[in-house]
Design a protein around this ligand. Structure first.
Ligand code: DMJ
Length: 644
């Protein structure tokens, strides 16, 4: 019988790999090993693909179809699962090494192009303290400067500072009554500008004319009566970042489309800080009178909110009808941070419009609330006479609770005391603001400022009317910037040193989270180190505001380093295809995003970051004062005030 070629070849294969034959010629085992390895690798690859499919995106449970694959995975032996994992780890490691080689290659070629100009000194390079800061001797490299900017550029790797804390005042070469002069870090500044371009592009594309962009659902929403809050909040940022085409489109919308006759209830405070502040700043920067005219039109519509027996305004107004009220949850009281945060804007408007009625109204509010001869049920904490409670009834004039906070509901009342003094040129006519501010700081330091254990982080606690509450809102991270603005004369060292310590704490709010971004507030239970108290992040600006102001006050390059870390964390976690979104839980290494690009992200967060890296002569601190929404208003000389 004729043997088939197939059975013949199988027989010769069997003979080829027969153990006796392999014992004689061991080299024959090699092809067998290779074949087994290849087969094993193919099987592993298939399993890996199936695992990746079944895991899908990083967040959320698998779909029904994916769940079947997860079950399959569970059937694999432990060994197989380990091999899959090793396989992945190896791939990740290979990728990491390739990336680092690429980075090193780039770094070498950029160093070759630029020399060592981007290196920053370590502590030991800082000179022993001379008497006064000398701008001429200031070393640009100490602030991480240099480098040509161009869109999409890879950033030059920097030498680390060699420390992760600020320099104590006695090692800083600064005159605390002034501001440091330092050149721009062009590369980092331009990276922030690209973030603004990205945010604005998304807003313009999906939500132009609405208050805010919903960056994940690609639409807009109206939280501020539909006045185009993001457009107006962004005007000055666009101007400052030299995005003039975008500025002109925004201006055109204001001139031709903006309508104040909206029959919706809206916040008087938010309207003042975002819209009125945005207009005045746009006018101060561009000189276009249209913004002042719009401002007068809008503020005249806000007037009914001030028609109360005390002159303390209501929190809420209907812009079409003028109907005003306070919310039920405050039991009809007006809020300290709301009625105490209109003075800068109204004084500036009076100045530009040539009509003092706005300044008179807003300053009366401060005079009334702080009148030393009127008790009105105010019971500050022991040693806290300079502090004011959060709620005041605008009909009876009585304080309706005794809570004190430098966070939500209280914050910008204190901020505006010192900024009123700065805005008017620090003249004797404004000394009452200065006194109120110093009294408030004295009380804050005596009653609310504490240090945590064991890390010794300085924080500002709250007062619930009877006891301390060891909680600090991210909002309260505006305090260091406020202290730096108030650093003057005998108080200067105390204020700046405290500002440095508080800024360090605010930065820790970021660094101690796996995402690198801060929660809404932290708790210092019984004075222990911080834990997150409310885990979301709304893209808030207060810490980067502190960094910008502290950098300009001290010149310490650590503030730019910290600002850069925070900016990168925003880029990593908050950037979406069409904008930036807040986060639901910063304790996660990869947090889930929300669906709001807050207008203050463009008005404040990105502006402060940009100015942190910009030449300090741009929007110089002795020519401009920022309202609480980061709108820079021109400082001018006031020799009269309605608060005295
Ligand atoms: C801004 O609207 C203002 O800074 C306000 O004073 C309170 N906080 C938000 C941003 O966090």
């Amino acid at each position: 019988m004729k043997k088939s070629a197939r059975s013949g070849s199988s027989r010769s294969l069997v003979a080829y790999f027969h153990p006796a034959s392999l014992a004689r010629r061991p080299q024959r085992i090699l092809p067998l090993v290779v074949a087994v390895c290849i087969t094993f690798f193919i099987v592993l690859e298939k399993q890996r693909e199936s695992l990746e499919l079944s895991e899908g995106g990083e967040e959320g449970p698998p779909s029904v179809g994916q769940a079947v694959k997860m079950e399959d995975l569970a059937k694999l032996s432990l060994r197989q699962q380990m091999l899959i994992k090793e396989n992945r780890d190896l791939a990740n490691e290979a990728h990491r090494i390739a990336e680092s080689l690429k980075m090193r290659g780039m770094a070498r070629s950029e160093q070759a192009n630029k020399g060592n100009s981007a290196a920053v000194p370590s502590v030991s390079h800082v000179p022993a303290r001379p008497d006064r800061f000398n701008p001429v001797a200031f070393n640009p490299s100490a602030v991480g400067g240099g480098g040509e900017a161009h869109a999409g550029a890879t950033l030059t790797p920097r030498a680390p500072l060699g420390r992760d804390t600020h320099l104590p005042l006695n090692q800083l070469n600064v005159d605390l009554s002034g501001w440091v002069k330092a050149p721009a870090d062009v590369e980092r500044r331009e990276a922030v500008k690209r973030a603004m371009q990205h945010a604005w592009r998304g807003y313009e594309r999906y939500a132009f004319g609405m208050d805010e962009l919903q960056p994940n659902s690609h639409k807009g929403k109206n939280m501020f009566a539909g006045l185009g809050a993001t457009i107006i909040d962004s005007l000055d940022t666009l101007w400052i970042m030299d995005m003039k085409e975008e500025f002109n489109r925004a201006k055109e919308w204001v001139a031709t489309k903006l309508n104040f006759n909206v029959a919706k209830e809206t916040s008087v405070f938010e309207t003042v800080i975002r819209i009125v502040g945005g207009f005045i700043s746009a006018y101060d920067l561009s000189g276009d009178r249209m913004f002042v005219d719009k401002c007068v039109e809008l503020v005249d519509r806000l007037m009914p909110a001030y028609r109360t027996p005390t002159g303390i305004p209501y929190n809420i107004i209907n812009l079409a009808t003028g109907a005003s009220k306070n919310p039920a949850w405050t039991q009809q009281a007006s809020t300290l941070a709301e009625f105490g945060t209109q003075q800068l804007e109204f004084v500036a408007l009076s100045h530009h419009a040539g009509d003092d009625k706005y300044a008179r109204m807003a300053e009366h509010v401060i005079k009334y609330a702080t009148d030393p001869s009127a008790h009105r049920n105010r019971h500050p904490p022991p040693n806290g006479a300079g502090l004011y409670p959060l709620y005041l009834n605008p009909i009876s004039g009585m304080w309706t609770g005794q809570k004190v906070s430098f966070g939500a509901m209280g914050d910008s009342f204190f901020e505006y005391l010192i900024k009123m003094w700065v805005q008017g040129g620090r003249t004797p006519a404004l000394r009452r603001y200065r006194e109120l501010f110093d009294d408030a700081m004295d009380s804050m330091i005596k009653v609310l400022v504490h240090k945590s254990s064991p890390s010794g982080m300085t924080y500002v606690a709250e007062w619930n009317g009877a006891a301390l509450v060891h909680k600090m809102d991210h909002l309260a991270c505006f305090v260091p910037g406020m202290l730096a603005l108030g650093a003057n004369g005998d108080n200067a060292e105390q204020y700046v040193s405290l500002a440095q310590d508080l800024t360090h704490t605010c930065v820790q709010m970021y660094k101690r989270q796996p995402s690198g971004l801060a929660p809404e507030f932290v708790l210092f239970h019984g004075g222990q180190d911080m834990v997150s108290g409310a885990h979301h992040n709304l893209l808030r600006p207060e810490t980067v505001e502190a960094l910008m102001i502290l950098f300009r006050k001290t010149g310490d390059p650590i503030y730019r380093e910290w600002g850069w870390e925070i900016f990168q964390a925003f880029e990593t976690h908050c950037k979406t295809q069409d904008g930036y979104a807040g986060l639901r839980d910063v304790r996660q290494p990869k947090p889930v995003q929300d669906d709001t690009m807050q207008s203050f992200f463009l008005a404040e967060t990105l502006k402060y970051l940009y100015l942190l890296f910009d030449d300090t002569a741009h929007i110089a601190m002795d020519e401009w004062v920022f309202n609480t929404e980061a709108h820079p208003l021109k400082i001018f000389h006031r020799d009269q005030s309605f608060v005295n």
